[in-house]
Design a protein around this ligand. Sequence first.
Ligand SMILES: Nc1nc2c(ncn2[C@@H]2O[C@H](COP(=O)(O)OP(=O)(O)OP(=O)(O)O)[C@@H](O)[C@H]2O)c(=O)[nH]1
Ligand SMILES: [Mg+2]
Length: 343
Amino acid sequence: MDVHQLFEGLIRRERLALARAITLVESNKAEDRKAATELMIGVDKQLQSNPHQNTGNQLPARWTMAITGPPGAGKSTFIDKLGRQLIDCGHRVAVLAIDPSSARSGGSILGDKTRMQDLSTRDEAFIRPSPSGATHGGTNAATKEAIDLCLAAGYDTVLVETVGVGQNEIAVSDLVDWTLLLLMGRSGDDLQGIKRGIVEAADMVLVNKADGEGYESALETQRYYQTALSLFPPHALPGWKVPCLAISAVQEVGWESFWSAIKDLQALPQLANWVHHKRANQRVFSFYRMLNQALLEYWSSLHSKSTHADLESALRSGQLSPAQAVSESLRAWGLEDSREKGL
Ligand SMILES: Nc1nc2c(ncn2[C@@H]2O[C@H](COP(=O)(O)OP(=O)(O)OP(=O)(O)O)[C@@H](O)[C@H]2O)c(=O)[nH]1
Ligand SMILES: [Mg+2]
């Protein structure tokens, strides 16, 4: 793998280079991991030295947004329409669709591509379906890297589609500038089991399918979430009140309110500052996440598979406590377990 060549292709905005680079960062093979690290160091340097960040009351020139929501809410349909409108305004749009079902069925990747029919034919768009892999939901371990690769390849807007309701996922809102929660009208008494944490992580809530027979129930759901949101603590961006709007992705209803909310956002004097701090904190978060992963990989590389199996079975049977297992691992590395000092 010639990393230098791949990097050059990426910043020349070659689609194939971007696709190959994402495959590389998603790979678990040891030799790919090395190349991926080298590539990402170059990409980060490039993004840092060329931040293209507007100041003042505009969205930053690079904008990353997660579209989360329950299965079937219309995320892909919404992204198709939003992406097209952004392209018509001169943006280049990348879509990362993290697909929880593809790992299981291998099926719905095709579904996503067909639901983004408009966008997939545009030169200014790049659509990448990725399996969510072992993380059961929101994101995969390489999502942040994939976002940065898209930015380096000249896509100024990156949209990440995810169900965002997995249990062990890396919260997608920790990886992007902005999180949009897309819901649909209530069906019966069930409010889609949306957990409070998911709503709290949203910077904007849209209730989709406000059309035809679903119109009334979409408005009812909108009212419900408007009330719920009004009880939440204030948003971290001064002056921002999380809006909850009813929309129809298919019939293009409610889009004026959506764009007017974006305009309100752009007008907030603290926006650039807030985004700057959020990104700075995300870099620290990324470091800890990668360190965690690297340490785990190092630990795994020290022992054979059968040693892992023995250890796991000792944990399962209660013979070994998790804390004991960690202490022993640290001792095996020649590290004192700092937690023992306090005993
Ligand atoms: N009536 C109506 N149907 C919609 C709307 N948006 C999407 N749909 C339909 O809802 C179904 C699911 O849409 P998708 O865009 O695939 O939803 P999704 O949230 O991406 O679904 P997953 O990726 O499978 O979680 C499709 O049959 C769409 O045609 C809308 O605004 N109104
Ligand atoms: Mg979808």
